[in-house]
Design a protein around this ligand. Sequence first.
Ligand code: ADP
Length: 302
Amino acid sequence: KLVVLGSVNADHVLQVPSFPRPGETLHGRNYQVIPGGKGANQAVAAARLNADIGFIACVGDDSFGINIRENFRMDGIDITAVKMQPNCPTGIAMIQVSDSGENSICLSAEANAKLTAAAIEPDLERIRQADYLLMQLETPLCGIEKAAQVGKDANTIVILNPAPARVLSDELLACVDMITPNETEAEVLTGVTVTDAESAQQAANILHAKGIQTVMITLGAKGVWLSQDGRGDIIAGFRVEATDTTAAGDTFNGAFVTGLLDGLVLESAIKFAHAAAAISVTRFGAQTSIPTRKEVEDFLAQ
Ligand code: ADP
């Protein structure tokens, strides 16, 4: 069984001709509200790929929060620990996508800020019972640290996707079994700019020294640098026509853990995750882009 702990966001996406300057008013188009949030994306990815998964999260009691909780259930997620916060909006991301393809994003944590160490007290037994615990960094650190410690003490394998990038304590990193930073996050955690195999291994070694056995640095279209016990190699990704890379990392993480739950060895779980993430970059949006198990199997059979 897998437990994902993390954020839920409503992504308010607007296409803009260019980003408005201070005081300027522009006309956007194609407004959409798309379910997002790194925690929710990773939970949905695992569920669509048929993982036995429970989600620990906080949503608001607004219509988005009520509906998204029901959507999680329909995707096959155990929502017992998805808590509805009274008089509180669900977390949001205001996203502008310019015609040149750049984006500009402003987040507000809202209900996600309530996922504290105290709030997850009722869920600790779930974490102890789980085989894997998967987390990111869009919810309060005290809750993440508590969950990681409880997971470590119970021999639950703790997987951290350290996104968005921030500096983390040695105490937290010592509870982590596997870490999946992208290049930016790896640099923030280690101070090493990842540009090639040598620098990737240098960054990985710093994370190994903090007590993390498996380091996977995701390299976008290039794939992943996988390092265990000081030895690493690249596991290449799949070549596809990318239209929107939103949630590529989230799909990768949810699919990777699902592969491990299915009993795949590391390299095979990474290949499975590359396939799921590659499909997601060919589609628009966060949760709208995450494939089903059948779609990934068909892709791998090509
Ligand atoms: P993040 O989205 O968190 O920054 P990356 O950009 O490193 O993470 O991408 C995570 C994973 O998504 C990659 O390891 C790969 O499997 C897949 N991926 C990302 N971009 C592409 C792409 N352009 N083509 C194919 N796969 C991609």
